[in-house]
Design a protein around this ligand. Structure first.
Ligand SMILES: Nc1nc2c(c(=O)[nH]1)N[C@H]1C(S)=C(S)[C@@H](COP(=O)(O)O)O[C@H]1N2
Ligand SMILES: [Mo]
Length: 247
C-alpha cells in the first residue's frame, strides 16, 4: 500500500472514533470570568452549526504577508535545516494520545490537504489576508487517537523569544475545527522563513498570537497548569493577552 493511502486509511479509521471530541465538557469547565464568558458566548453563537471563520477570494490576498514576533529561529541548526529544505524536521504528536506520532514534512504533505484564504488579525493592529495549505489538525489527532480526558492541545515551537520558548494552546473544539490546519504553504509557495517555516498552525477563529510558527510539537493534556507559566501561551504567561482570543 502506498504511504499516502496508508496514512489516509488510518486517518479515516480513527476519525470515525473521534466524533465525541466535540462534546467534551468545555462548558462545565467555564469559569466565571470575562474570558470564560467570551468563550461561552463565542461557542454558543455556533449552536447547530460549525462556526467558520470567513474565507476570502484569491483577489483579496495581501501582496505581502508581513512577519511578526520571531522572524526566524536564531540557531545554526535552523539555518542549516532551512537551506537543506528541512529534511529532518519533525512534528511530534504526544501526550494523551494512543499512538504518539513523529511526522516528517513528507508525511504532512501526504495527508489530505485543506487550502483556505483567511484574514490574520494581530492584536498590535494590523491584518493580512493569505492562502494557507496543510492537513487538518483533526486528521493528525485522529491518526494518533485522542484519549478520553484530553482537554487542550499545546503547541511547541523552535524559536525562543526574549529568553522564553514560544508556545500556545487551544481547547479541543478549536483543535478539531475544520479550519485548524498545520500549514506548510502560504499563497501557493513553500512557507517563508518569516512566517514560520517549515510549519505553522492556523487557528482561524482566534487572534494572530494563537497561530504558532516554527511548529515542532502538539501535546494533548488535561490541564495547562504545569506547562511553562501555566497560562497556556507565551503572551498569556507574560501577562499581556488573554488565552481565549476569539474573533
Ligand atoms: N513561534 C512563534 N509563533 C508566533 C509568534 C512568534 O513570535 N513565535 N508571533 C505570533 C504573533 S503575535 C503573530 S501576529 C503571528 C504573526 O505571523 P506572521 O509572522 O506569519 O505574520 O505569529 C504568531 N506566532
Ligand atoms: Mo500578533
Amino acid at each position: 500500500m502506498k504511504r499516502r493511502n496508508f496514512l489516509v486509511g488510518i486517518g479515516a479509521a480513527f476519525l470515525a472514533g473521534c466524533k465525541e471530541i466535540g462534546d467534551s465538557k468545555w462548558f462545565e469547565a467555564l469559569v466565571d470570568t470575562a474570558e470564560g464568558w467570551h468563550r461561552g458566548i463565542h461557542r454558543s453563537l455556533g449552536v447547530g452549526r460549525i462556526p467558520m471563520a470567513p474565507e476570502y477570494e484569491r483577489a483579496d490576498i495581501s501582496p505581502f504577508f508581513r512577519g511578526n514576533g520571531s522572524l526566524t529561529v536564531d540557531t545554526d541548526e535552523y539555518r542549516a535545516a532551512l537551506a537543506a529544505g528541512f529534511p529532518d524536521w519533525r512534528l511530534e504528536v504526544t501526550g494523551m494520545v494512543d499512538t504518539p506520532l513523529s511526522l516528517s514534512l513528507e508525511d504532512i504533505r501526504d495527508l489530505p490537504q485543506r487550502t483556505q484564504i483567511t484574514r490574520h488579525d494581530c492584536v498590535e493592529g494590523w491584518s493580512a489576508i493569505g492562502e494557507w495549505t496543510g492537513p487538518q489538525l483533526s486528521d493528525i489527532l485522529a491518526m494518533a487517537g485522542v484519549q478520553e480526558g484530553a482537554q487542550f492541545a499545546v503547541f511547541t515551537c523552535a524559536d525562543n523569544l526574549n529568553g522564553q520558548d514560544y508556545y500556545e494552546s487551544c481547547d479541543m473544539d478549536d483543535a478539531m475545527h475544520p479550519q485548524t490546519i498545520v500549514a506548510h504553504m502560504l499563497n501557493g509557495e513553500v512557507l517563508p522563513e518569516i512566517n514560520g517555516a517549515p510549519l505553522r498552525l492556523r487557528l482561524e477563529r482566534q487572534l494572530g498570537y494563537k497561530h504558532p510558527k516554527y511548529l515542532t510539537g502538539v501535546r494533548l493534556v488535561a490541564s495547562l497548569d504545569d506547562i511553562a507559566g501555566g497560562k497556556g501561551g507565551y503572551w498569556e504567561d507574560r501577562g499581556g493577552y488573554q488565552w481565549y482570543a476569539g474573533i
